[in-house]
Write a protein that binds this ligand. Sequence first.
Ligand code: BTN
Length: 323
Amino acid sequence: MLNETTAQVLDLLLAKTRVSGEDIAFKLGLSRTAVWKNIEVLRRMGYQIASLPGQGYSITAAPDIPLPQEVRRYLEPSHLPWQVEYMPQCTSTNTLLKQRAIQGAPEGLVLVTDHQTAGRGRRGREWQDAPGNSLLFSALLRPSLPPAALLPLTLIMGVAVGDALMSLGVLCQLKWPNDILVGEAKICGILTEISGEIDHTDFAVVGVGINIRSRPELAEYGATSVDEHVVPPVRAQLLAAVLGEIARRYGEFLAGGRRDILKRWESMSATLHRTVVVHTPSGDITGTAIGVNCEGALLVSTADGQDVVVNTGEVSLRHRKHE
Ligand code: BTN
């Protein structure tokens, strides 16, 4: 995280192609030495900053760090007031954002980090990363709908993140409820956590982990990364693209457009028309996945001719060659 003064110096540098040390000192009420020290902090973070005598400072290259200043450069205007906070390291962005939500943080707060020491996946699993190799963030939503109406939200977030990856050229598919795959390999996981009472939602935290750069463990887990498919953009740009899609789909959902989004989910699905085994709390269900209903539940047609509605569970896809 940048201290306030360094962040202000960065804002001034990003606002213009060139800015003099004198201007920065005047605008921020700093000495020229203090300006220089803050420029050095930015350089140590990886910013390349040219300084020409008499002409001032200009940024010639930026590091791949999803700082709020960098994300703002790529964010399209949207109805959600995104406010990004970056931490080099934290326990889990979902855990921290839930704490902030309980303390009253507003809708649109986003926590993003380079590394989690206690990253969490679905069903109590760990989510491990190697520092700087993933995009790891959580976004806070405060929908004015009861929790039961939010069941499709997790699928809708899969559509949003999947479409952002598609826009980069990553040909991904969705596995129910919301894993994102390329072929059979997982490229992204989403953990949506909702807090509230039966008739009122306090908040929803949407946590997203996208593998950006490959590392040996990914293959061991049957996972893949963005750089195995396209040249990855900087993480600030990817985060802005994903937040843009989340805002768009969330707005459509609140305006009653869930049917169309779930149609999109079906068209991006790796699960449909395949033989699946769904591991549910009440046992395994084997059959062909035939669709999702309005609540986001998976519909499975079993060999004995029944259509089963699956609200919760873990899907194993049978290999296509066995089908
Ligand atoms: C899964 O596939 O099981 C979901 C993984 C979700 C991981 C992301 S990384 C950012 C956010 N913080 C967490 O602790 N988890 C989510």
